[in-house]
Design a protein around this ligand. Structure first.
Ligand SMILES: Cc1ncc(COP(=O)(O)O)c(C=O)c1O
Length: 381
């Protein structure tokens, strides 16, 4: 009986096996663990575990989504022309350089498939977003992790990991789950030091919540580069996570290659219609940013007041909260306690952060309930 081995040194005769054997390494990929959505005994828990938009989504996007009900028998436009035109106009980009995905997650997957062969590697920060690595491993690539001292991307650490087999560097700026960011000057320095053959992927999923003037999502860098890809999503600022649509702005020759392997109908009609409407609804976007702007400092200060260590400053719609040994209580205990109060937050042990929790910034009532519950929890220690 043949064994499925994860050890690359153990040769498996896959042709002689008594059942189909997946490609080497696939079963070593840790399944993606989404933020919890349910807790027993609580009918409608407050979900602060997936960095969703607590305001919902634009009423205009919802109306556009409803319109799609009459078109469910039709295949979507494979080129997503209406979204392509809207994004190109809004950001001043060449439409043919845009690639759409079923969420930006799929865009990462396509990038990994486009560039990685077995033996190649992808470089990312040690706390890098899990979806980057899943696609890289599925493509047979290796992941090289760069230290993130102080929970922050360090350009020199990233560069130290780059070797002749590096094809991609993934940088979420701001990062998830850290929430921290690096200034555009550092992104430029990274780009200048990278060989032109390495693709620098700048994931701007949370970029709209980074309000410091020193921040940039990198579109201006990507415009004139042969090796910079910027990605964005409709899941966060626009509150369309359930519809799954994201995009990349890539150099023309990269976009062309990605388009060859992208599945033709990967963004659905409701997603395309809602995305266009959401992009036009600047009031909703402003309200989403203002909510974060208002509650991020308050939550940071309140959590600090409870003896917890917030990784600061966060440039996202969430906070990474550390439970120091001196607090006397652990992050998993706090996660369970909060769940018992109907407040779902995200444990981040799988990111190598067993003493931290990630908490989405919610509506006022959510944020106040969170602090009240955590105060009770800490008092009980
Ligand atoms: C850093 C980062 N990039 C990308 C995404 C994925 O977004 P999408 O919903 O577009 O797949 C997320 C989602 O949580 C994220 O945290």
């Amino acid at each position: 009986m043949s064994q499925v081995s994860s050890d690359p040194g153990v040769a498996i005769d896959r042709a002689a096996a008594d059942r189909p054997i997946p490609k080497p390494g696939l079963l070593d990929i840790h399944p993606y663990v989404p933020g919890k959505a349910k807790v027993e005994g609580v009918a409608e828990p407050v979900k602060l575990s997936a960095n969703e938009n607590p305001l919902g989504s634009s009423p205009k996007a919802q109306a556009a989504y409803a319109e799609a009900a009459a078109k469910l028998n039709l295949y979507p436009d494979p080129k997503a022309m209406i979204v392509r035109a809207a994004i190109a106009e809004r950001f001043g980009l060449e439409p043919e350089r845009l690639v759409f995905g079923c969420g930006s997650d799929e865009v990462f997957q396509i990038l990994n498939q486009t560039f990685l062969e077995p033996g190649d590697n992808m470089v990312q920060g040690e706390f890098g977003f899990a979806a980057f690595a899943i696609g890289a491993k599925a493509a047979g690539g290796e992941i090289k992790y760069a230290k993130e001292p102080g929970f922050r991307i360090d350009v020199d650490e990233l560069l130290a990991q780059v070797d002749e087999r590096t094809r991609l560097v993934f940088l979420a700026n701001p990062g998830n789950p850290t929430g921290t960011w690096i200034p555009f000057s550092e992104v430029r320095r990274l780009h200048e030091a990278l060989p032109a053959s390495v693709v620098l992927v700048l994931d701007g999923a949370y970029g709209e919540f980074a309000l410091d003037p020193g921040f940039s999502d990198g579109l201006e860098l990507a415009r004139g580069s042969v090796n910079v890809v910027v990605t964005h999503t409709f899941s966060k600022l626009h509150g369309l996570a359930g519809l799954r649509i994201g995009w990349a702005y890539a150099p023309a020759q990269i976009a062309e290659a990605m388009e060859r392997i992208r599945l033709p109908f990967n963004t659905a009609i409701p997603a395309q219609l809602a995305a266009v409407a959401a992009l036009a609804d600047e009031d909703f976007q402003r309200a989403s940013i203002e909510l974060v702007e208002q509650w991020r400092p308050w939550l940071t200060q309140q959590l600090g007041g409870l003896g917890l260590e917030v990784v600061s400053p966060s440039a996202t719609n969430f906070l990474l909260v550390g439970f120091p040994k001196t607090a006397g209580r652990t992050a998993p205990e706090a996660e369970a306690f909060l769940a018992s109060r109907g407040l779902l937050v995200r444990g981040v042990k799988l990111y190598g952060l067993p003493d931290h929790l990630r908490v989405t910034i919610g509506l006022e009532a959510h944020n106040r309930a969170l602090i009240e519950a955590l105060a009770d929890f800490m008092r009980a220690s």
